[in-house]
Design a protein around this ligand. Structure first.
Ligand code: UGA
Length: 439
């Protein structure tokens, strides 16, 4: 099938490449010349494990262009995968999606299905259809289908090729059948429903996962107070398959481009219809507090970070990505700097992006050892493998005060018990193995 994809971010590019891998001829459209030139040369403009390799091996079925007219003109199916960032009031900014819809209306010269992959508020597919139909330049049939994606950054290629489900929201049999053909080679259950339900499946899935994380974070906070261990608690809960053992990792809250935005957008939409989504509101509030958990913990050891050498391990919102959107470090590092700390930070792929926000006031290091050298305190924000496999004895060898505050529970407590350090993590007992009491 001849497919066009609008947008080459995580959603658009991964979708395009995976559809090419499944035999379709795909043209990816972006407005950014520089990105298009990179992709034409076989370079992925985003850091996503496995994506570039898959892109290169499918080059004969892939094309990249800024010429949207040429790409949309004769396409059988056009996927919209552009961003829907958060507006200041929490609602979703749909201007990019609507912009693409107008370009499609002006370009298509044969019947086609427009598939909305971007996460859009319930009812947006109807508006997109109205917009395209009222601006059509040529006399063709156009169908709009909702087909949300469920890929996570860092595992986007695997999540797409081996998706847990394919959701198709349509108001007509024709686009439903065409989409089934598009996904013919994918081995996944297909849920066909109407467009609003498909749009809601996406929000409800993300908001439920966000809720699960905020719930386990609250239980972790209580575990710390009463002396229980969150990992054992989550482990014990996870055997119940009505609960499941995934997304029960307590930490410093969810970040990224999806959960923060999608919880706020659904809450905003409910409010707009005079309904308060109280569970989602609670998830948002808990998450805002949880992000500051490590700084609050540091107050147990130092009244202020003024003049202290602070080591930060991990800058991105999760491992496997260079994305900083809503990363807890973006709120915590400014607080440390405001406090007067000397901040040294390490991340295997996130430094270049972080430098754009903090070009001068943070010292960037290219090894964990260099970051820890002479540090008074260390904060772990991202559970990179390099951190998880770091030799624990190095903390006391390198740091001035081996105090490690771990927001991602990277080490099991048994292994920490043999190391000379203070190890303060989330929802678990604090291990204090220093001869001198710092508290
Ligand atoms: C999320 C969903 O997982 C995808 O299914 C969805 O398609 C995607 O949003 C989207 O809407 O595009 P993503 O934001 O890339 O994917 O990453 P996740 O792995 O879900 O992690 C989100 C945040 O939750 C991270 O900050 C992570 O550290 C945190 N998290 C996750 C926890 O704190 N605990 C957990 O147990 C799991």
């Amino acid at each position: 099938m001849k497919i066009a994809v609008a947008g080459t971010g995580y959603v658009g590019l991964v979708t395009g490449v995976c559809l090419a891998e499944n035999g379709h001829s795909v043209t990816c459209v972006d407005i950014d010349d520089r990105k298009v030139a990179l992709m034409k040369a076989g370079v992925s403009p985003i850091y996503e494990p496995g994506l570039e390799e898959l892109m290169v091996s499918n080059m004969e079925r892939l094309d990249f262009t800024t010429d949207y007219k040429g790409a949309y003109r004769n396409a059988d199916v056009i996927f919209i995968g552009v961003g829907t960032p958060e507006k200041s009031d929490g609602s979703a900014n749909l201007s990019y999606v609507y912009g693409v819809a107008e370009q499609i209306a002006a370009s298509i010269e044969k019947d086609c299905v427009v598939v909305v992959k971007s996460t859009v508020p319930i009812g947006t597919n109807d508006k997109i259809e109205g917009l395209i139909k009222s601006n059509l330049k040529n006399n063709v049939n156009v169908y709009v289908a909702s087909n949300p994606e469920f890929l996570a950054q860092g595992t986007a290629v695997r999540d797409t090729l081996h998706t847990s489900r394919i959701v198709i929201g349509v108001e007509d049999k024709i686009p439903g059948n065409i989409l089934k053909e598009v996904y013919n080679n994918f081995n996944a259950p297909i849920v066909v429903t109407n467009r609003k339900s498909a749009e809601m499946i996406k929000y409800a899935s993300n908001d439920f996962l966000a809720l699960k994380i905020s719930f386990i974070n609250e239980i972790a906070n209580l575990c710390e107070i009463i002396g229980a261990n969150i990992e054992d608690v989550a482990h014990g809960m996870g055997y119940d398959n009505r609960i499941g053992n995934k997304f029960l990792n307590a930490g410093i809250g969810y970040g990224g481009s999806c959960f923060p935005k999608d919880t706020k957008a659904l809450h905003w939409l409910a409010n707009f219809h005079d309904y308060e989504l109280r569970t989602v509101k609670a998830a948002i509030d808990v998450n805002e507090n949880q992000k500051l958990k490590l700084i609050k913990k540091s107050r147990k050891y130092f009244d202020s970070l003024k003049g202290l050498n602070v080591a930060v391990l991990g800058l991105t919102f999760k491992p496997g990505t260079d994305d900083l959107r809503e990363a807890p470090t973006l709120v915590n590092i400014p607080l440390m700097l405001e406090d007067g700390a000397n901040v040294k930070a390490w991340d295997p792929v996130g430094i270049e992006n972080f430098k754009k926000v903090h070009p001068e006031d943070v010292t960037y290091c290219y090894s964990i050892e260099e970051t820890l050298k002479d540090a008074d305190i260390c904060f772990i924000f991202t559970e990179w493998d390099q951190v998880k496999h770091f030799d624990l004895t190095n903390y006391s060898k390198l740091m001035k005060n081996p105090i490690v505050i771990d927001g991602r529970n990277c080490y099991d407590l048994e292994s920490v018990k043999d190391a000379t350090m203070v190890y303060d993590s989330i929802g678990r007992e604090t291990i204090h193995n220093l001869e001198v009491s710092l508290i």
